[in-house]
Design a protein around this ligand. Structure first.
Ligand code: GCW
Length: 835
């Protein structure tokens, strides 16, 4: 009889968010596992697997009730399939375990628990070393997430071989589009001394089956390839190696010139080829399991083959040839487009670029090249169609690039669970050759019989991981979907919540509901009908700035004017982009009737009065979806509030504050979009909301002392386009006399929290201070606009006609204590709006 754990239900123990999902707190109910762990081999990854199991099991068991049997025969065994076969010839070890795959097997029966004569073995067998590690994590996940492992007999293989994360870290320690602090890899131009966080990151990545990590920005700094930096980077590879995460690097194609002193970086030049071959040799001497290069070229200012009159295939093959003798791969990004497009040219279309450039090169890439394509044709928008290039490359390996870091999705300040979007993309059937070719099967190599393929997630994890505990669900989901794209977002959420937040069924169902609501809510209060982003695309990509997309070379146009909105990409009358899809999909998008409403404006230009399939006009949808989205954002907070006392208190407070902010920012978004399109279209909201804000007192109409009225740019980011700003060091104030009904109100002050200072605010009624706060958040931008528009609410303020309301603002540094409005909301008013 083995030493077994029979765990009883224990209440949620305290947990810290920064431990992410490997907390190994106890599961509910009864569960069993042999306590002793034994590795059959001595390989590095097998040792990691055994250690992780030992650590996990003892942590899990320490929170459980131990049931000690009569003898201690049982063991949890880890080993490769060959080792297990050798040690236990009678076990039915599967013959077809592939690299990275694993088999979990419970040998014995429940009777063994009572029968001291029979040994029970729990076996973790890997198709290779890495498979052993993944099996160990899978086993722990199965216990930690609840179902337990008694009687387990599971064989799993990853769907695709390439499962990487990309980091956009820069040598100076910053992370491009990173929202979780500074780099865990670099600081001050060099690799950091302390790589503890790298080890922990690799461990997290391994736990969800990620096997590669590209550690530097695709806008690559050439100096990272010099001898000194490569030695430093070898330390990073050493730190990740025990977790089976192979290191990859982004490289600048211009490196032979910049670093090697060559006169050219022409991919076909023999000296250039020799330079890269020697560089690859140098890298592999230091990092024998180096994974490969990622390349961004001819894109957003990065020099590429076009500068030398060569093609992306020439450039990719140059690097692939250098890496091939060592077993490395090249991930060549299809994110190549001209960012100086002429917006007046009706045929110009950034969405076309990837297919126009890469489709003709199909079949011309070496076998260790993988073309890495963003999931949509533009750039990680809240809603895009699937890139047609996935169906356009039949003789080329392909990987799909997704963004885990929420660049266009609220930058981790907003809760947005992206797995449902990724899942839609993976399941989308491109109908190549009129047969079923869902994106996931293309990436798996099934559709076009490609040996290499996969998924790459731009993670941008920093020293504060993703900067928000809930955002970690996205990193988890990315790994799980790359392993098995048939998992559902709900299943993944469920697993993540159980391991991270708690096993209480109410917690699981509430958080799962919140996660699943979050992407639709974000889409509702930001964009609509496939318009692409309405964020400030020439700035932070965060707050609203509708016209930032227009009349410039970046090609993210939505072409709104007084009559209508949308980009005509049809073959008949537009840019012809639709023709890049296989026939059946092209037919669907070519016609207004068959284009789904949620992508209408991506493919067609229509008047505001155009009727959607739902029967609503486009303009009414703009109003309705934004009011709905803001309500949905508020609901996230209401739902979370029901979990008070059921989750870790620190996590509770942290998430609560974030959701309150999000609900406020969703209102700022709603109002910006709604007032912009109300003005642009001149068509009123059939429900009377747009342009009418009961209870709102504009600050520009207040009695001002010290404050001066300023125009906010873009105008839609402030109520009525105006705010007040204070340049008086001792402070300014705005006063109103309340002439509304008497009652109890929540008073919201909408203000701008700028970078470079922490302004102070106070709210008073008849000279009595009701609240005081400091604008010390970290929002983008040093000028007042939608990026840093924040709402502060004072609850339960009693008001009667004639009361004097006053906001005091004291500037600090660059922050002028700018205010937009105050707004009174009573329970009665909320009811009226709902009706
Ligand atoms: O989304 C855009 C980002 C750039 C990024 C680029 C890319 C690293 O705004 O910051 O560059 O995509 O994917 O190359």
């Amino acid at each position: 009889m083995s030493a077994m754990i029979v765990a009883a239900w224990l209440p949620c123990s305290a947990q810290t968010a920064d431990q992410a999902w490997l907390q190994y707190r106890g599961p509910g109910g009864r569960w069993l596992i042999p306590l002793k762990v034994r590795a059959l081999g001595s390989g590095l990854l097998e040792s990691s697997a055994a250690q992780e199991l030992q650590r996990g099991i003892s942590k899990l068991s320490s929170a459980s009730v131990l049931w000690r049997g009569s003898a201690l025969y049982g063991e949890t065994i880890v080993g490769t399939a060959d080792e297990v076969r050798h040690a236990f010839p009678d076990l039915p070890v599967p013959r077809d375990l592939k690299p990275d795959g694993y088999w979990l097997y419970w040998s014995g029966s429940a009777g063994d628990l009572k029968d001291s004569g029979v040994a029970t073995h729990l076996v973790v067998a890997g198709g290779d070393d890495r498979g052993v590690l993944y099996g160990a994590f899978a086993l722990l996940r199965q216990i930690a997430a609840g179902p337990g492992i008694y009687g387990v007999n599971v064989k799993e293989q990853p769907a695709m071989p390439i499962r990487w994360v990309d980091q956009w870290d820069n040598p100076d320690g910053s992370i491009t589009r990173g929202y979780g602090g500074r780099s865990i890899f670099f600081e001050g131009g060099n690799v950091r001394e302390d790589l503890t966080q790298v080890r922990e990151y690799a461990r997290l990545l391994a736990s969800v089956g990620i096997n590669g990590c590209n550690i530097n920005n695709v806008n690559a700094a050439p100096e990272l390839l010099d001898a000194d930096h490569l030695k430093q980077i070898a330390r990073v590879a050493d730190a990740m190696r025990p977790w089976g995460v192979r290191l990859a690097m982004s490289v600048a194609l211009v490196s032979p010139e910049k670093l090697g002193g060559l006169k050219t970086a022409d991919p076909l030049d023999p000296a250039v080829k020799a330079w890269w071959a020697a560089k690859a040799d140098e890298i592999y001497k230091l990092i024998p399991d180096f994974a490969g290069f990622t390349v961004k070229a001819d894109s957003e200012g990065e020099v590429g083959p076009a500068s030398y009159g060569r093609s992306p295939a020439d450039a990719a093959n140059l690097l692939a040839a250098a890496l091939a003798p060592h077993g490395g791969v090249v991930l060549y990004r299809a994110f190549v487009y001209n960012n100086h497009l002429d917006w007046r040219d009706p045929k110009a279309d950034r969405a076309r670029a990837a297919c126009d450039i890469f489709h003709p090169l199909d079949g011309k890439f070496l076998s260790n090249v993988i073309v890495q394509t963003k999931e949509g044709p533009i750039d990680f928008q809240a809603r895009e169609p699937v890139s047609p290039l996935f169906a356009g490359l039949r003789e080329t390996n392909q990987a799909m690039e997704l963004q885990v870091t929420q660049e266009y999705l609220g930058q981790q300040k907003h809760l947005v669970y992206i797995a449902p979007m990724w899942k839609q993309v993976l399941d989308f059937d491109l109908r190549a050759d009129d047969r079923a070719t869902p994106v996931k099967e293309i990436l798996e190599g099934k559709s076009f019989h490609r040996p290499l393929g996969g998924m790459v997630g731009v993670a941008c994890v920093g020293r504060d991981r993703l900067g928000s505990p809930m955002a970690m669900a996205n990193l988890y989901a990315f790994g799980r979907l790359a392993w098995d794209p048939d998992l559902t977002p709900e299943q993944i959420a469920d697993e993540w919540i159980r391991q991270t937040i708690g096993l209480d069924p109410v917690v699981v169902s509430t958080v799962e509901k919140m996660l699943m609501q979050s992407w639709p809510a974000y889409e509702h209060y930001t964009g609509f009908l496939g318009t692409q982003t309405l964020t400030d695309i020439t700035g932070s990509h965060y707050g609203p700035n509708i016209e930032a997309s227009e009349r410039n070379g970046w090609g993210q146009w939505h072409f709104d004017d007084r009559e209508g909105i949308g980009m005509d990409r049809t073959v008949a009358t537009g840019t012809g982009y639709v023709g890049q899809y296989p026939a059946q999909v092209a037919k669907m998008y070519e016609s207004l009737e068959t284009t789904p409403d949620n992508l209408l404006l991506f493919f067609h230009h229509v008047p505001y009065t155009y009727k959607l399939h739902s029967g609503e006009t486009v303009i009414q949808y703009v109003y309705d979806s934004h009011y709905k989205g803001a309500e949905e954002a508020a609901e996230l907070g209401t739902e979370w509030a029901t979990l008070k006392g059921h989750v870790d208190p620190a996590l509770y407070d942290d998430v609560k504050a974030r959701l309150e902010y999000q609900a406020g920012h969703a209102i700022a978004w709603r109002d910006a979009i709604v007032q912009y399109f109300l003005k642009q279209s001149g068509i009123p909201d059939a429900k009377g909301r747009a342009g009418h804000y009961p209870g709102r007192l504009e600050v520009e109409n207040a009695r001002l002392t010290g404050y001066s009225v300023v125009d906010v740019t873009p105008w839609e980011d402030a109520s009525g386009g105006k705010a007040v700003s204070c340049a008086v060091a001792k402070g300014c104030s705005a006063e109103w006399t309340w002439d509304g009904a008497a009652g109890r109100f929540d008073v919201t002050v909408e203000y701008f929290d700028l970078q470079g200072g922490a302004a102070k605010f106070a709210f008073e009624v008849n000279g009595n201070e009701a609240a005081r706060w400091t604008a010390d958040g970290t929002f983008p931008s040093r000028r007042p606009h939608g990026d840093n528009s924040v709402r502060y609410t004072v609850s339960g303020v009693e008001l009667k006609p004639g009361d004097v309301l006053r906001v005091d603002g004291t500037p600090d540094g660059n922050d002028p204590a700018a205010v937009d409005y105050v707004e009174m909301t009573s329970a009665q008013m909320v009811e009226q709006v709902r009706q």
